[in-house]
Ligand binder design. Structure first.
Ligand code: PLP
Length: 427
């Protein structure tokens, strides 16, 4: 393939479709790919991206798409933001790797200082960096057990915390994610998300005493589970329950954090201060990075208790610092204001298009429900055929999760395309 860069796409408008989908080059790549890659990856539609800039993706045939997936809530500052590209190339020219678990790359400390400064945690906190969200979740299970000397963990139905065996034991969004992998981690219980009473009445009464529970791990807004916002006050009550029993409150902000909901952390909407916060996805604008941020007094584990060869890689850390500069600059406020515009337009669409049964969310984390999963999937495909990239989630939702750099006109375009897609799908 010829070398292309994203940045020369500039402010190109999208969508612009110049071939049928998939185009001839895309078909060629898909054939090559499917011959040699794991079928476990359930590719959603035949998108073969070649380069990208902001919210515009160009495929290998020159078709331009409007990206409302952001690489699944990852490219928070838009594709190939010049400041992020610059930070990556500068760092790559200086130091690509030197195992941060054994030595002291300055950029690891610099990023950790930045995260600590804005952690939604009472008192002092410390950071452990990983390569992915699931590794941050694994680290939190280990830290919670280590710090409390307790074994059990409580998670929620509908949750997605990752796919490695520990985090998969917490994941309960779709049974197929777990199928064939048992036995999973023992000592994990699940409770209904957003509902009071079950933990006390069922779990603590019948299955596990609170003194044996190390942590409750919760997404402030469920992501893969359907972009579900819990009832106001529920997270605060959950946190009080945890505090009462000495259970650590772990907020999985891997999808909801880094400005996406219009605040740096989604827990800030509810004034929650967790014991441990997990970050990932958008933290480094697409470079692989995750973070565990925990109260300093919990980090009693000694040298060798946990580590990673690549976790907190210098290039990923540099991308994260550039990302935080942008997100803490104007992008969080942009997520709030363009998110509000999107939400308003979607509610207006709901008023005239009965196919939309619910519109919910915060900032740029918006879920749109349809009557069935099948209809949501048809809408997703109809959007793709029109050049708008969206994904389903949960039981029957389509999600909007664009980059935080989104412009109002791009929000309007996306809603117009969604309306058109719904009109095609509507019976
Ligand atoms: N936690 C949440 C809330 C997520 O949304 C995800 C990924 O979708 C993960 C954890 C796992 O992250 P990763 O895919 O980087 O391992």
């Amino acid at each position: 393939m010829t070398k292309v860069s994203g940045t020369d796409l500039g402010e190109a408008t999208a969508p612009v479709l110049v071939t049928e989908l998939p185009g001839p080059n895309a078909r060629g790549w898909i054939e090559r790919d499917e011959r040699v890659t794991s079928p476990s990856m359930g590719r959603v539609y035949p998108l073969v991206p070649a380069r990208a800039s902001g919210l515009v993706i160009e495929d290998v045939d020159g078709n331009r798409f409007l990206d409302f997936n952001a690489g699944i809530a990852v490219t928070s500052t838009g594709h190939c933001h010049p400041a992020v590209v610059d930070a990556i190339s500068t760092q790559a020219g200086q130091l690509i790797h030197y195992c941060s678990s054994d030595f002291y790359p300055p950029v690891y400390a610099e990023l950790s200082e930045r995260l600590v400064a804005r952690a939604p945690i009472v008192g002092e906190s410390k950071v452990f960096l990983t390569n992915s969200g699931t590794e941050a979740v694994e680290a939190s299970i280990k830290l919670a057990r280590h710090a409390t000397g307790r074994q059990y963990v409580i998670a929620f139905l509908g949750a997605f915390h990752g796919r490695s065996l520990g985090s998969l034991s917490l994941t309960a969004s779709k049974a197929k994610y777990r199928q064939g992998y048992s036995p999973l981690l023992p000592g994990v219980h699940h409770a209904p998300y957003g509902a009071d009473g079950y933990i006390e009445d069922v779990l603590f009464n019948h299955l596990v005493t609170p003194e044996e529970v190390a942590a409750v791990i919760v997404e402030p807004i469920q992501g893969e589970g359907g972009y579900i916002v819990p009832p106001a006050g529920w997270l605060a009550r959950l946190q009080r329950l945890c505090a009462h029993h000495g259970i650590l409150f772990v907020a999985d902000e891997i999808q909801s954090g880094i400005g996406r909901t219009g605040k740096l952390w989604a827990v800030e909407h509810e004034r929650i201060q967790p014991d441990i916060v997990l970050s990932g996805k958008g933290i480094a604008s697409g470079m692989p990075l995750g973070a565990l941020i925990a109260r300093s007094d919990l980090m009693k584990w000694s040298a060798g208790a946990h580590g990673s060869t690549f976790g907190g890689n210098p290039v990923a850390c540099a991308a994260a610092i550039a990302t935080l500069d942008l997100v803490e600059g104007s992008l969080t406020a942009n997520a709030a204001s363009v998110g509000y515009l999107l939400f308003t337009r979607l509610r207006e669409l709901q008023a005239r298009q009965p196919l939309l049964t619910d519109v919910r969310g915060r900032g740029l984390m918006i879920g749109i429900d349809f009557p069935t999963h099948d209809i949501a999937a048809q809408v997703e495909q109809a959007c793709f055929r029109r050049g708008l990239l969206v994904l389903t989630c949960g039981e029957r939702a389509v999600r909007f999760a664009p980059a935080l750099t989104i412009r109002p006109d791009q929000a309007e375009t996306a809603v117009a395309i969604l309306a058109d897609a719904c009109a095609e799908v509507a019976p």
